[in-house]
Design a protein around this ligand. Structure first.
Ligand SMILES: [Zn+2]
Length: 337
């Protein structure tokens, strides 16, 4: 697919050779001139492992800085993978939006940038836009397969799942489906109406990649269960595309689900304290109580009741009880088939 960019020079570059055989650790250097460091740059760790013939795979995490399973999975993988055991090339970036990850935040403290809402980026844009631009112009064109590992972050918790924006092309859809089955997350969520068209997933699919994302846990932490899912699923994907040959325990059946439109989401229209009537995994029906918002500054005021507009399974919930207008409190998905 043609790039949406004209050929403008980017000041961002990798300080290692991404093409040569072997294994290298290095950095993506994003120039960032500050009071403390006039000629400084932001150093985003990257590794490349190239063995024999095979596909080119890009593995990323830390696109949102407060999502940890993927960061830890990729830190392990970049140490463990060695060229003799690799068919093809694997490029690994565990903390894609490094300023956000270093601060433990979803967005960058430098420019407020939400990297996953900024693709395809800009060569002369903000720091976050420049990171997106580098991915879109330097890394997506030299790879054919990519996985962007997300979790719910500080404000959301998910039932661990693969999260797939569905490609329009029929063959691409079939390849993605095969890869999702091999990936073997407990749940596979197909997303009909994504939150944004400026995500890394949208960019990767525009480049013709075999690609999907994940939502593995959340709450701004990791757990043994969610970490094991992330570790195992990434290894199974690498085996599925022929990058590693090792025999892996087969995954159990993935539960195929679909996230549709706005009626699957519950938002609060008011500020206050949220008391939910549900937990993750609950099956709810249309009109069922989702809970209520209390008004701690007006104790005499009756709480505001909230209901689920549609039926489904609660696959995502808000973590903090403190809520403000526009906060997502939950969203549903429905089983396919
Ligand atoms: Zn995320």
């Amino acid at each position: 697919m043609p790039s949406p960019h004209t050929a403008r020079p980017s000041a961002v570059r990798a300080d290692i050779d991404l093409d040569a055989a072997g294994k290298r650790f290095g950095h993506i250097r994003v120039p960032h001139s500050t009071h403390e460091s006039a000629y400084g740059w932001i150093a985003i760790p990257i590794a490349v492992i190239r063995g024999g013939p095979g596909p080119d795979v890009l593995l990323t995490a830390g696109n949102h800085g407060d999502e940890y399973e993927g960061q830890i999975t990729l830190l392990k993988l970049m140490r463990e993978l060695e060229p003799p055991a690799v068919g093809g090339r694997v490029i690994i970036i565990p903390r894609l939006n490094l300023p956000a990850a270093a601060a433990g935040r979803r967005t960058s403290p430098i420019d407020g940038g939400n990297l996953n809402r900024m693709f395809p980026g800009a060569a002369d844009g903000t720091v976050t836009e420049q990171i997106a631009y580098f991915i879109d112009t330097a890394l997506l064109p030299i790879t054919q397969i990519s996985l962007d590992i997300h979790s719910g972050g500080s404000s959301l918790e998910y039932l661990p799942c693969a999260f797939a924006r569905v490609p329009e092309d029929r063959d691409a859809r079939a390849r993605q489906r095969d890869a999702l089955l091999a990936f073997g997350a407990p749940i596979t969520m197909l997303v009909d109406q994504p939150q944004s068209n400026r995500t890394l997933s949208a960019a990767a699919l525009a480049h013709g990649h075999l690609h999907f994302s994940t939502e593995i846990g959340g709450s701004g932490t990791t757990r043994p269960q969610t970490q094991a899912i992330a570790d195992g699923c990434v290894r199974r994907l690498l085996a599925h595309v022929g990058v590693v040959a090792e025999a892996l325990p087969t995954a159990g059946t993935t539960r195929m689900m679909r996230v549709t439109g706005p009626s699957h989401y519950v938002y609060t229209p008011v500020r206050g304290l949220f008391e939910p009537d549900f937990t993750l995994g609950d099956v709810v029906h249309s009109g069922q109580s989702a809970g209520r918002i209390h008004f701690p500054e007006e104790p005499e005021r009756a709480p505001r009741a909230l209901v689920f507009e549609d039926a489904g399974v609660v696959v995502c919930r808000r973590v903090p009880s403190l809520v403000a207008p526009g906060d997502c409190l939950a969203h549903l998905a429905v089983d396919i088939g």
